[in-house]
Design a protein around this ligand. Structure first.
Ligand SMILES: C[S@@+](CC[C@H](N)C(=O)[O-])C[C@H]1O[C@@H](n2cnc3c(N)ncnc32)[C@H](O)[C@@H]1O
Length: 208
């Protein structure tokens, strides 16, 4: 029997936003891989676990070895198809070795919180990476949804966007801890965002 790597999107964090099939799959897992926070929250107490840390090759090796004797459930935040470990998993395993269960992305929840559509937004990640000049360039009516990190935080990104022609009064919405009790939002202008601290890991929506 060939075992599978089951990549499960666990949504933005709160159990309220996990699909029933995702919860069921995790509850039945014998081997579970995920962030420490996700493992503490969702891994069955009798499962074998592995934290996703900076040693991605080590995580992939653990999954490959575990796969010889059982399925391996890999929990990723949000949706697996949007900036997750799925990219690394696809470099090691064939599509037929993988099963992907979608989740609600943090970006989807951000736009829902704003009562805004995202069909016309350019969605980019600056979590551990830079964005292209084309993505960042200002155009009238452009809408951006951006994943942030400690270094590429809203203050840094606000400056980068103004350097790419965005007006100082461009509208910004920040959402951190989405779906958690500590969820926090803020609406401000690009000029104000340039001076803001915090909101390091958030969804930043910018509209011209
Ligand atoms: C590696 S990316 C994962 C994105 C994920 N696959 C998704 O669909 O949301 C991590 C980034 O997603 C964003 N993020 C994830 N969960 C979040 C949440 N609950 N609230 C706000 N931002 C979140 C932050 O920008 C964080 O730095």
């Amino acid at each position: 029997m060939e075992y599978k790597v089951i990549v499960v999107g666990i949504g933005p964090g709160s159990p309220d936003y996990i699909l029933p099939i995702a919860s069921r799959t995790i509850a039945q897992a014998q081997v579970v891989v995920g962030s420490k926070r996700a493992l503490d929250a969702f891994a069955p107490s009798d499962s074998k676990t592995k934290v996703i840390d900076r040693d991605i090759q080590g995580v992939l090796t653990f999954i490959a070895e575990s796969l010889m004797t059982s399925d391996v459930v890999v929990m990723v935040s949000g949706d697996p198809g949007f900036y997750s470990l799925l990219v690394a998993l696809r470099s090691k395993f064939t599509p037929s070795q993988l099963t992907v269960i979608p989740g609600i992305s943090s970006v989807q929840l951000a736009f829902a919180r704003m009562s805004e559509v995202w069909q016309d937004a350019r969605l980019i990640s600056m979590h551990g990476r830079k964005a292209s000049d084309e993505d960042l360039a200002y155009k009238p009516n452009k809408k951006l949804g951006i994943l942030t990190d400690h270094e590429h935080n809203p203050s840094h990104i606000a400056q980068v966007l103004m350097d790419h022609g965005w007006p100082i009064d461009g509208q910004v919405w920040l959402g951190e801890g989405l779906s958690y009790e500590e969820e926090n939002h803020k609406k401000l202008t690009l000029g104000e965002a340039r001076d803001i601290t915090g909101f390091t890991h958030c969804v930043m929506v910018v509209m011209a």
